[in-house]
Design a protein around this ligand. Structure first.
Ligand code: NAP
Length: 385
């Protein structure tokens, strides 16, 4: 890779965004952060501006009243991602705010590295449409989530028609060793301790309920355009194998590595080239006496099956559940509901949602908002969960 790649980092102040900036900083001759976007953390954004000297920035939740940032640097997100001087857009904001920018970037033929799970889960159908309309201009959808980056690497040089199954692995989250009854009383602090990955709070709680694995299955469905029936989930405590692909001839390819988000981020930025990473996250397999695999205990993690069922419907239900989970997790973190209530709230939301088939972006966003409000109202009114 001889040419300098210019990157727009959307969500630069978040967990993925900061790690992306580490990668960019480690290879100034390969990458340049040309645009940075955050939600409201102008303090951290200011520090990043000093360090990375981007051309443009976006603070999505409005201009701060006191700031040292030059006003002329601000540009709306949807304009930033289609700029001629942006080679790769790293979509690493949380929630759905970044979805319109992802669509605009794909339609304009940009290479979009997507970490933003919710955008794919809720907006899957419209993201694929945008990709198809932008392919002739060079559009690409590149996975950043480690499991999906694993699938992607296993699929390099393969035909998608030769795929029998994609197998996601699940560490089991913070509570993999607890019994169902013990789960009732776990606290947000305990739930935020993920056994292998350091991540933002929402995705860490989603890992503890395994809602996250359901989201990842849906994400894989839209990233690789494969039916959900071809995606399976296996519990694998050590998180050494990130994902596997089985092919129609019985061959299995697996992607292994130490849990380090810098690696999938870097691959998504440097593709098709591989570059060294500093310090190198070396996997020492001899340190592992064994690698363990098991079926997921669905009774212990009901959020997983609920999410998969929502995905199989291929209507607005997954969007409604994404909104419902957003609200349920926020309430759990504020100690306004129990950990086990999250799955119950999701189940109620799925029962009550009036789905729409073949949804457009507007219908998906309305469903997501409905899910969020449904949970908030239920908890506000003290309804029985
Ligand atoms: N963390 C991981 O290891 C990991 C792994 C795989 C996938 N993911 C997915 O990647 C996404 C980001 O995760 P995260 O853990 O990095 O989340 P996070 O730490 O909560 O960071 C979210 C980032 O998005 C920014 N943001 C919020 N609203 C925005 C908007 N309207 N426009 C632009 N930026 C906005 C935030 O800015 P402020 O700081 O100003 O609020 C922050 O920079 C999520 O969808 C998550 O599911 C994360």
């Amino acid at each position: 890779m001889d040419q300098l790649k210019t990157i727009a980092v959307i969500g630069s102040t978040g967990s993925v965004g900061e790690q992306a900036l580490d990668v960019i900083q480690s290879m100034p001759e390969k990458f340049k952060a040309i645009a940075l976007a955050a939600g409201s953390n102008n303090q951290r954004l200011e520090e990043q501006i000093k360090q990375f000297q981007p051309k443009v920035i976006c603070l999505a939740n409005g201009l701060p009243t006191t700031t040292n940032i030059e006003k002329s640097m601000y540009q709306p997100l949807e304009e930033i991602v289609v700029r001629d001087d942006v080679d790769v857009v790293l979509a690493a904001s949380s929630g759905l705010d970044g979805l319109p920018a992802i669509l605009a970037a794909l339609q304009a033929g940009k290479k979009v590295a997507v970490a933003n799970k919710e955008a794919l889960v809720v907006g899957g159908p419209v993201v694929r449409q945008a990709l198809e309309s932008g392919i002739r201009y060079g559009a690409e959808l590149r996975p950043v989530d480690s499991d999906h980056c694993g699938f992607w690497q296993c699929l390099w040089g393969e035909s998608i028609d030769a795929v029998d199954q994609l197998i996601l692995t699940a560490s089991g989250g913070a509570f993999r060793n607890l019994s169902i009854t013990e789960l009732d009383n776990v606290t947000p602090i305990e739930a935020l301790k993920h056994p292998t990955w350091q991540m933002g709070p929402k995705v860490t709680i989603d890992s503890a309920t395994l809602f996250n694995k359901g989201l990842e299955a849906l994400e894989a469905r839209w990233l690789f355009d494969l039916p959900l029936e071809k995606i399976d989930i296996l519990q694998h405590r050590e998180s050494v194998i990130h994902s596997m692909v089985t092919f129609i001839d019985g061959s299995v390819k697996a992607q292994l590595g130490v849990p380090d988000m810098r690696l999938p981020i870097q691959i998504a930025l440097s593709y098709p080239d591989r570059l060294p990473i500093q310090p190198a996250p070396k996997l020492d397999l001899a340190k592992y006496e064994s690698l363990n695999f098991a079926k997921v205990e669905s009774a212990k993690f009901p959020a997983l099956e609920i999410t998969l069922e929502a995905g199989r419907r291929e209507d607005t239900t997954a969007a409604a559940l994404s909104g419902a989970d957003e609200a349920a997790v926020a309430h759990f973190l504020n100690r306004q509901c129990r950990f086990t209530d999250i799955a119950k709230l999701l189940h109620k939301a799925m029962q009550q949602h009036k789905p729409q088939k073949n949804p457009d972006l507007e219908a998906l966003l309305i469903a997501e908002k409905w899910g969020r409000n449904f949970v908030t109202e239920m908890l506000k009114n003290g309804e029985r969960i």
